[in-house]
Design a protein around this ligand. Structure first.
Ligand SMILES: Cc1ncc(COP(=O)(O)O)c(C=O)c1O
Length: 434
């Protein structure tokens, strides 16, 4: 190429959650029975969409209007419905024009970060859901600026660390919160959230809060949405239907903007995000049409509650299976459907392995871990996959120095779920003692 065609942030785009699938599929072809515990898609894990939900969508499919474009911000009635739900809480008050629909939060995330001035940074959690940290880093063409989630304190944000990141880095213009969190499964209590918003107020920053799991909380935990806490601070909440409904294939999510009128620069920035959507015309129409009917359906809450109760059971099975093992640190998941396991400092090295019977699979795994600079936790994940078929994601691929892995709690069959965690527990012990 006579000209360098690479975007400055090209190297920052990684998504190990899907990369690991390539490895798993290769091993599957060689005869490994794979337990896919890597991706947060309830449908892929056998979630059955109830008939009433399908009926709502099927009826909409019969209406010609659902085949058309919709307004750039999204369908007005749906935005009015969502604004009314938010306003009912009594916190930030919004109108339909404070809401913009996107093709999934993935689309919202790439626009929200992509249309920030290149030198302006948003401090992201570490570990971090990769779509956020990669999009933010790619917009800046630099490594993510991150604050620590503390595995010694239920994975809550370390507020002292956050303040240091902000104070000594004048480029930081915003704080990202993910609550409940992916990949840790943490649910943040009110005082932590208030502390984060207070820092935004103190340093004149805006807040982005990803609330895609806001209604998937259990084990008696409580939290609050950003709208309840934001006060006068400019903020963006991100919400969607991928996890809660669950309908990830709809590619439908939205942002709610708080206090755009309080800061002219923030207002201009939000307008640029809207214009970016306008250039693209609009987002998917059908799921937007379905949202009010689905959320107000009498079966909706019972269905969601049944799923939440299941995730709660699985969170406890997973925690009980791993909590007493030497060499790792675990926290019980209290929201969303992920668990992050951390290997304690110094327990991993580049000589550990697990026995793999199939010589072809063994050769593949040895090839994968043989290169220079393969993270120690990636090495564990590949051996676990090759030896047992359990597919998890290395924690170091979530913008953190911590070594570990993320596993999902989505398996519906309780016996199979317990078996998977027994396999993981045995795998860890065997690997650390190899
Ligand atoms: C925290 C978080 N935000 C956003 C998303 C993406 O959601 P969507 O399907 O709306 O793009 C995910 C998906 O796993 C997620 O975990």
């Amino acid at each position: 190429m006579r000209t360098d065609i690479l975007h400055i942030g090209a190297g920052e785009l990684t998504y190990e959650i899907r990369n690991i699938v390539n490895v798993g599929e290769k091993l599957q072809k060689l005869g490994t029975k794979v337990y896919w515990e890597n991706i947060g898609d309830p449908i892929a894990k056998g979630e059955q969409i109830p008939a009433w939900m399908k009926k709502v969508v099927a009826d909409l499919v019969m209406e010609d209007a659902t085949y058309g474009y919709c307004p750039t911000r999204g369908i007005l009635e749906t935005r009015e419905f969502i604004a009314a739900e938010t306003n009912k809480r009594g916190g930030a008050q919004i109108g339909p024009d404070d809401i913009i629909f996107f093709n999934g939060l993935g689309d919202a995330i790439s626009k929200v970060f992509g249309f920030l001035r290149r030198t302006a940074r948003v401090v992201v959690p570490s570990p971090s859901y990769t779509t956020h940290s990669s999009a933010e880093a790619a917009h800046a063409g630099d490594r993510p600026v991150s604050y620590r989630l503390d595995p010694n304190n239920n994975w809550y944000p370390d507020l002292d660390d956050l303040e240091k990141r902000i104070k000594y880095n004048p480029a930081v213009a915003g704080i990202l919160i993910i609550n409940p969190d992916n990949p840790t499964g943490a649910v943040y209590p009110e005082h932590i959230l208030r502390g984060m918003v207070a820092l935004a107020r103190k340093y004149d920053l805006f807040v982005i809060c990803d609330e895609v799991y806001q209604n998937i909380i259990y084990n008696g935990q409580k939290t609050l949405p950003l709208s309840d806490l934001i006060g006068e601070v400019p903020g963006i909440a991100m919400r969607g239907i991928s996890k809660e409904m669950p309908w990830p294939g709809s590619r439908c999510g939205w942002i709610e903007v708080y206090n755009a009128d309080k800061d002219p620069m923030f207002a201009k920035y939000v307008a640029s995000v809207l214009n970016a959507k306008m250039v693209e015309v609009c987002s998917t129409t059908l799921p937007q049409k379905a949202i009010p009917a689905l959320l107000s359906h009498p079966q909706y809450l019972p269905y969601l509650r049944e799923r939440i109760a299941r995730y709660e059971r699985m969170s406890n099975i997973a925690y009980d299976a791993l909590k007493n093992l030497d060499g790792i640190q675990v926290n019980r998941t209290n929201g969303a459907f992920y668990m992050s396991v951390v290997f304690k400092d110094g327990v991993l090295n580049d000589r550990q392995s697990l026995p793999i019977d199939n010589p072809e699979v063994r050769a593949q795994v040895e090839k994968l871990v043989g290169g220079a600079n393969v993270a120690f936790d990636k090495r564990f994940v590949y051996y676990l996959l090759g030896a047992t078929g359990v597919c998890v994601v290395p924690l170091s691929s979530f913008a953190t120095e911590l070594q570990g892995f993320r596993v999902t709690l989505l398996e519906r069959d309780e016996e199979r779920f317990a078996k998977i965690f027994r396999i993981i527990a045995e795998g860890i012990t065997h690997y650390l003692n190899s």
